[in-house]
Write a new protein. Structure first.
Lengths: 358, 305, 266
């Protein structure tokens, strides 16, 4: 049973559809990220959920009740903005208390609830400060407390970490997840940062050109991308092109690439060109031939880059380039020099067939 | 099922239409008070005066019934009135030039000062704006009259034998105008001085230019837009100003605004007063239009630099 | 050594300019204290006689009250309607926007004499007699351009997401305006109101055409009085006006800070 549902939601600006019949079901207490490049419609969708933009088609329901015709002040959603959007003329206390005052909550109760909210974001003692006297991270915490104190039905976070520096960003994102789980609030988190989305989400909705490309858990999104866009947007990939030598009846083919033959689980016809992706960390290399690498082919190490925990090898085989990221605990990078020939191989299931028509 | 979706979409459409209509209505509601007052008490009166300026003069009611171009022709062909136009423009030009010369050092000094001193200097320069123009001009009357401060001082120093006629001359009008319009020029020059990147000046000094040279080859060209903007403001304000010439010039130094006032309030010749008024508007607008042309060109120049 | 001379020259030029700026104001203030029957500077002797003598001239007090009333009315209405119009101009798209912006800005370009004449003719046609209302309406035209410049400037940099945050927390559009928007653009609005007040209080040109024998603003009263009389009464009235303005500015400084008021002007 979904708690927040979008059904065929459409948004048009100047006759171009920026959100195209978007549908999504979000469960109660779930944290779903909208991930995509800028202009993919993720913020537009969030603004439609919050009510700052009108929907041009479809409907939005919360807890079984349609909300898309309500003005934003009647939707009971808590929003945290990219630039914090704190009220500059109010103290921290007044900022957090504002929503409760609007709800005509008794003064004594406001006091208790504001204290609780500030404690939750670890800002007790900052009540009398003004927003401009706080650091960016502190401001964002006030913003979070202000959104949560009214006990909204849904929490909306619009790129809340993008104005913070890298270290603080990591700290804050963990804190946000902790608070979200503790409160158990249904949350939408908009971001263009894939690492952020992978780290915190229960599920990720990858968006592109006004459509949801795939909704899945972070692991599924990473390991089993359903579209070319998803596979390229999340993580890095090698493009591989191969020719079908023989097509078998059991949805397998004998493929030819890098001057090597391999049997792959894919349905195709003989002599057709097929495209694949493989992530750099799934490519394996070794100096000698072993049991594991019986389908290995030889390639030449063109460049070697030390990246801390891992080393990146740029390989070349049969005039095709291939990037391999190998953990330094698996293979000591000192063993391999630029110009060496290495055996290159992978598990056939790590090869992701492309759906792109070229 | 089909029906359900249909009505839902209808509802959405209806709501959207309602919201759009409401937004349009409240945009006009926001504008309505201002717009109504401006149409009724600004546009309409000016329009009627414009019409009046094409009417004949009637000694009993002021405005006759016949249409005529005579008011404009009379003004343009009479050497006396053309003399008034020339005097108006001349006073405005001299005022503008003097204002530039005395504003520049002050603007320079303020933009160089920091913190509290800067606030006080700014306040000092702007304070004349806050004090009634009538009173400021009256101060000049006291200073410049025949037995005023200036004449008394000069007499007691033995530099002159009898008082100079300073008041109710073009000189006294120019002095008063410079005093009144000076702050606008300072603000305008300060604006462009502040836009100069300090590193440009440092660079020039590093290259061995004297501060004298730095000023004339760097600062002056870069502040020219500000000087232009201030000049146009000062010029157009002084062309149309009334209080200063009325108090410090009076009937002896007639300028166009005073002439307009005189024709209407003393001669009760509304059509002629109206015609002079619209010619005055014309002169002021020509300045502004010429200015925006020059500015457009000079900004291009700056951009290329 | 070489550098000092130009610097000295420069500073003395500035000093001269400041003297020039303050001279007429100082002269008015000081000559109001003279014991003579005529205006003289420097004053001969010191007395407050010309201030006490104002008691015999209630017309100045009446004019002062009228001017204050008109200036307050003008500042209040011009600020209110100018702020609303600024909201529409900055935040809404509508047909004829540039035309409206130009119309509302044009009083700065039209000589006030011409506007005064036009207004007088119009008032006599529609039968609106000289009254505080007639003055206020004229002064609104003169002051709305200032108000709108200042308010538009403070609205242009406004972060709309602050308003969205308030809406999101449950505030309707009225509450958003009065509790969020207005407090944030406060300094621009107040600066606009101050300029409107001063412009109206100072106006001679337009008022000269609208006043009648019993409705006379202070600048008009002083102007007409000094055309016929040359006694120090005028200097004492003027001094009171100057002191009033200074007091007003001090109060505003306390509340807002000079920097704020003038920085929003630039």
């Amino acid at each position: 049973m979904s708690y927040l549902s979008l059904e065929n939601v459409v948004k048009t600006f100047n006759k171009t559809e920026v959100v195209k019949k978007l549908s999504l079901e979000i469960h109660k207490g779930e944290l779903v990220s909208f991930l995509g490049p800028s202009g993919c419609g993720k913020t537009t969708t969030l603004n439609m959920i919050a009510g700052f933009l009108e929907v041009d088609g479809g409907k939005i329901e919360v807890d079984g009740k349609p909300v898309h015709l309500l003005p934003p002040n009647k939707r009971e959603m808590g929003m945290v903005f990219q630039n914090y959007a704190l009220f500059p003329h109010m103290t921290v206390y007044e900022n957090v208390a504002y929503g409760l005052k609007l709800r005509k909550v008794a003064k004594s109760e406001i006091k208790i609830r504001v204290q609780e909210a500030l404690e939750m974001v670890r800002l007790s003692g900052y009540e009398k400060r003004y927003p401009k006297e706080l650091s960016g991270g502190q401001q964002q915490r006030v913003s979070l407390a202000r959104a949560l104190v009214i006990k909204p039905k849904v929490l909306l976070l619009d790129e809340p970490l993008s104005n913070l520096d890298a270290k603080l960003r990591q700290e804050m994102r963990e804190e946000i997840v902790d608070i979200q789980k503790k409160v158990g609030i249904t949350t939408i988190f908009v971001t263009h940062d894939q690492e952020e989305a992978l780290a915190i989400s229960d599920r990720i909705a990858v968006m592109y050109e006004g459509r949801i490309e795939q909704v899945d858990t972070p692991a599924a999104i990473y390991n089993y991308p359903k579209t070319d866009f998803v596979s390229q947007f999340i993580g890095e990939v090698n493009h591989i092109q191969g020719k079908v030598l023989e097509a078998y009846s059991d949805k397998r083919c004998k493929m030819h690439f890098f001057g090597n033959e391999q049997i792959v689980a894919i349905q195709s016809v003989k002599d057709s060109e097929v495209h694949f992706f493989i992530r750099p960390e799934k490519v394996q290399i070794s100096l000698g031939k072993s049991n594991e690498s019986k389908e290995a082919f030889l390639s030449k190490v063109e460049r070697k880059m030390f990246l801390g925990a891992k080393t990146r090898y740029i390989l070349r085989a049969n005039d095709q380039h291939l990037v391999a990221d190998i953990s330094n605990t698996v293979l000591n990078p000192n063993q391999i020099q630029e110009g060496n020939n290495v055996y290159t191989f992978w598990n056939p299931e790590d090869l992701l067939p492309s759906r792109m028509v070229r | 099922m089909q029906v359900g979706i249909g009505t839902e979409n209808d509802l959405l459409l209806k709501q959207k239409k309602k919201n759009l209509k409401r937004k349009r209505i409240d945009t006009w509601l926001l504008l309505l008070p201002t717009l109504a007052i401006f149409i009724f008490f600004f546009l309409l009166p000016l329009f009627f005066l414009f019409i009046t300026s094409f009417k004949t003069f009637d000694p009993s009611s002021g405005i006759g019934n016949e249409w005529t171009l005579q008011n404009y022709i009379k003004f343009m062909s009479d050497p006396f009135y053309l003399g008034v136009v020339w005097r108006t423009v001349k006073i405005a030009l001299i005022t503008t030039l003097i204002t530039i010369f005395i504003s520049y050092p002050v603007a320079f000094q303020i933009s160089k000062s920091r913190g509290r001193a800067r606030n006080y200097f700014t306040l000092l320069v702007l304070s004349p704006l806050l004090i009634s123009m009538v009173i400021r001009c009256y101060g000049w009357v006291i200073l410049l009259s025949n037995n005023g401060v200036v004449n008394n001082t000069l007499l007691s120093l033995g530099w002159i034998d009898e008082p100079l006629t300073l008041l109710y001359t073009e000189l006294s009008v120019v002095i008063g105008m410079v005093h009144v319009l000076f702050p606008y020029m300072v603000l305008s020059i300060m604006g462009s001085l502040e836009k100069i990147d300090p590193s440009v000046i440092r660079a020039s000094q590093n290259l061995g230019a004297s501060s004298f040279r730095t000023f004339f080859s760097i600062m002056l060209p870069l502040t020219l837009p500000g000087v232009f903007a201030g000049s146009v403001m000062v010029f157009s304000l002084s062309v149309s100003s009334f209080v200063t010439p009325a108090i410090l010039g009076g009937p002896q130094v007639k300028v166009m605004s005073y002439l307009t006032y005189e024709q209407v309030a003393v001669m009760l010749n509304w059509p002629y007063g109206g015609a002079i008024g619209f010619l005055l508007i014309l002169i002021a607008s020509i300045t502004i239009i010429a200015y925006s042309k020059i500015l457009a060109r000079s900004e291009k120049g700056v951009a290329i630099q | 050594m070489k550098k000092k001379l130009p610097k000295l020259l420069f500073n003395s030029v500035c000093l001269l300019v400041y003297t020039f700026l303050l001279a007429p104001i100082v002269v008015v203030l000081l000559s109001s204290l003279t014991t003579t029957e005529y205006i003289v500077f420097p004053p001969k002797g010191l007395t407050l006689r010309w201030y006490t003598e104002l008691v015999d001239h209630p017309e100045f007090m009446q004019s002062f009250t009228l001017s204050i009333l008109v200036a307050f009315g003008t500042a209040f209405i011009a600020t209110a309607i100018g702020t609303l119009a600024s909201l529409a101009v900055v935040r809404r798209e509508f047909r004829g926007k540039t035309a409206i912006v130009q119309l509302v800005g044009s009083p700065l370009l039209i000589p006030s004499v011409v506007f005064g004449v036009a207004l007088l003719q119009f008032y006599s046609w529609i039968g609106l007699a000289a009254s505080p209302l007639a003055l206020v309406l004229g002064h609104i035209i003169l002051t709305v351009p200032f108000v709108m410049r200042l308010v538009v400037a403070s609205l242009v940099g406004f972060d709309r997401s602050i308003e969205q945050a308030a809406m999101n927390l449950g505030a309707g559009s009225w509450k958003v305006f009065f509790q969020i928007t207005l407090p944030i653009i406060k300094s621009g609005v107040i600066a606009g109101a101050i300029f409107a007040f001063i412009t109206s209080f100072d106006d001679l040109t337009v008022a000269l055409f609208i006043v009648s024998t019993d409705v006379v603003t202070l600048p008009v009263r002083i102007y007409t009085y000094m055309q016929y009389q040359y006694d120090p009464i005028i200097t004492s009235v003027s001094s009171i006006m100057i002191l009033f303005t200074v007091a007003l500015m001090l109060v505003i400084e306390r509340v807002l800070g000079v920097g704020k008021v003038f920085s929003s002007k630039n």
